[in-house]
Design a protein around this ligand. Structure first.
Ligand code: HGY
Ligand code: MN
Ligand code: MN
Length: 409
C-alpha cells in the first residue's frame, strides 16, 4: 500500500479546536447536547466545512449530515464519520475526531488531486449520545430504518421537551433520503474512551466489535411520609429502593463476567430533606460483550428490583429505552484497517469497544469497522478527555489509507 499521502495534522487539530469553541464550557470541555442551539451550531460548522471542500451535502429527515465526494465511478459510497453532539460534560474529541478526520482526509485528497474510483462520504450522525433524547445512536438508527420520524418526534427529552418541537425549532432542513445513495461500507475513527491502548502503550486499536447496550428507565412509586415521625416499617420509601438498585448495579458488575452496570441518572420527588420520597426515577445502563450475560444481568436486575420494591410496598414502572446487541464487525473491513496500520508500522491491537457507537448500528447496514486512538487516563464523557496530537494524526492517516483501499485505490 502506498502510504506517501499523509493528512495535515496541524490543519486537523485546528478544526478540532474550532469545533471545540462551539458549546465550550468555562472549565474546559464542551456541551452540545443533541438538538440544542449549540448542537445546531456545531453541525453548521461541519456543514460549512463540507461545502468548503466541494462535497455534495445531504441532510436527511432527522438531521444527519452527509458530505459526498464523487468518485470516478458511480456506486456504493465508502463512508466514514462519527458524531458532533456531546454529553453535557463532553470532551473535544468524542465524535469530533471521526467527523473532522474524515473531512481532513477529503481535503488531503483534494490537494493531492486524487479522485478515487468509488465515491467517498463523511457522515455526521445526529444524537449519537442519547443523553438528552433516548435512544442513543438515534441518527444511525434512522438511517438504518429502525426509527421512523413520527416515532422520533414524539420522544420526550430529559427536560420534558418533545423531539419534534426541537426538530421544528432547531431542526435541520432535512428531507434528503440517504437511502438513495447506498452506503457500501462505513469506517469510524474514534477515541477509545477507555484505558487499554494507553496501558498497553499501543498506537492504534483495530476494533473487532462493540459490546451490547441496554438502558432501562425505572419509576418507583411509594408514599411521602414524615422523615421523623414515621417508623421504618410503615414507610413506602421509593428513595430507599432506588439506593438499593444502585448497589445492585455495582454487584452485577462485580459478579457477572464482562458486565458493567451504571445508574447514571436519578431524581426524587418531592426531593425534600424531611420527606420520605414518594417517587424515584432512575436509569440503569447495562453493557456486556456477551449477549447471554447481558440478558442474565437484566434478568437479575429485574428480579432484584421486583423483590426489593415488593418488600417496601413500592410500585415499579419500567421502560426499556435502548437494546442494542453486541456486534462483530466485518472481517474484511477489520483486515483492511490492519493492512493500513501495518503499512505505517504503527503498533496495534485487536479490541472490542466498551462505548457504543454509530458503527454498532451501521454494522447491520453495510460492512463496518472502527479505528481507535488512545485516551489519556482512559477518561471520556469528562471535560478533561484528551488524546495526543500525534495519536490523532496516526488515526487519521490510518483512516485515510483504509478509505483509499476501500475506494479502489
Ligand atoms: O453511551 C455510549 O456508549 C455512547 O457514548 N453513546
Ligand atoms: Mn462517541
Ligand atoms: Mn460519547
Amino acid at each position: 500500500m502506498q502510504t506517501t499521502l499523509r493528512i495535515n495534522g496541524a490543519r486537523l487539530l485546528k478544526s478540532i479546536d474550532e469545533l471545540a469553541q462551539i458549546g465550550a464550557l468555562e472549565r474546559g470541555g464542551v456541551c452540545r447536547l443533541a438538538f440544542t442551539a449549540a448542537d445546531k451550531a456545531g453541525r453548521e460548522y461541519v456543514e460549512s466545512h463540507m461545502r468548503s471542500l466541494g462535497l455534495q451535502v445531504r441532510v436527511d429527515g432527522i438531521g444527519n449530515l452527509m458530505g459526498i465526494r464523487a468518485g470516478r465511478e458511480q456506486g456504493p459510497i465508502v463512508a466514514c464519520g462519527s458524531h458532533s453532539d456531546t454529553v453535557a460534560t463532553g470532551g473535544r474529541f468524542d465524535g469530533s475526531v471521526g467527523v473532522l478526520a474524515g473531512l481532513e482526509a477529503m481535503e488531503t485528497l483534494n490537494l493531492a488531486q486524487v479522485t478515487t474510483r468509488r465515491p467517498l462520504a463523511v457522515i455526521d450522525f445526529v444524537n449519537e449520545e442519547g443523553a438528552r433524547f433516548m435512544p442513543d445512536m438515534m441518527g444511525s438508527l434512522f438511517v438504518r430504518g429502525d426509527l421512523k420520524i413520527v416515532e422520533a418526534r414524539g420522544i420526550a427529552g430529559i427536560d420534558g421537551i418533545r423531539l419534534g418541537e426541537d426538530l421544528d425549532r432547531f431542526g435541520f432542513p432535512g428531507g434528503d433520503d440517504f437511502g438513495k445513495d447506498p452506503i457500501g461500507c462505513y469506517l469510524e475513527l474514534h477515541i477509545e474512551q477507555g484505558p487499554v491502548l494507553e496501558q498497553e502503550k499501543i498506537n492504534i486499536g483495530v476494533v473487532e466489535g462493540v459490546q451490547g447496550i441496554r438502558w432501562i428507565a425505572f419509576t418507583l412509586l411509594g408514599a411521602t411520609a414524615h422523615a421523623g415521625a414515621t417508623p421504618i416499617h410503615l414507610r413506602h420509601d421509593a428513595g430507599y429502593v432506588a439506593g438499593e438498585i444502585v448497589r445492585c448495579a455495582r454487584r452485577l458488575s462485580l459478579e457477572i463476567e464482562g458486565q458493567r452496570a451504571t445508574v447514571g441518572s436519578m431524581s426524587f420527588s418531592p426531593n425534600l430533606v424531611n420527606v420520605v420520597p414518594e417517587e424515584a426515577r432512575l436509569t440503569v445502563d447495562l453493557r456486556n460483550p456477551d449477549a447471554a450475560r447481558l440478558q442474565q444481568a437484566e434478568d437479575e436486575l429485574n428480579r432484584f428490583v421486583n423483590q426489593t420494591a415488593a418488600a417496601e410496598r413500592v410500585l415499579v414502572e419500567r421502560e426499556k429505552r435502548v437494546d442494542v446487541p453486541p456486534v462483530v464487525f466485518d472481517r474484511s473491513m477489520v483486515d483492511a484497517v490492519d493492512v493500513a496500520v501495518q503499512a505505517f508500522g504503527y503498533s496495534s491491537m485487536r479490541m472490542i469497544s466498551g462505548a457504543g457507537h454509530d458503527a454498532q448500528i451501521m454494522a447491520k447496514v453495510c460492512p463496518t469497522a472502527m479505528v481507535f486512538v488512545p485516551s489519556r487516563g482512559g477518561i471520556s464523557h469528562n471535560i478533561h478527555e484528551y488524546t495526543a496530537p500525534e495519536d490523532i494524526e496516526r488515526g487519521a492517516n490510518v483512516l485515510l489509507h483504509t478509505l483509499l483501499a476501500l475506494a479502489g485505490e
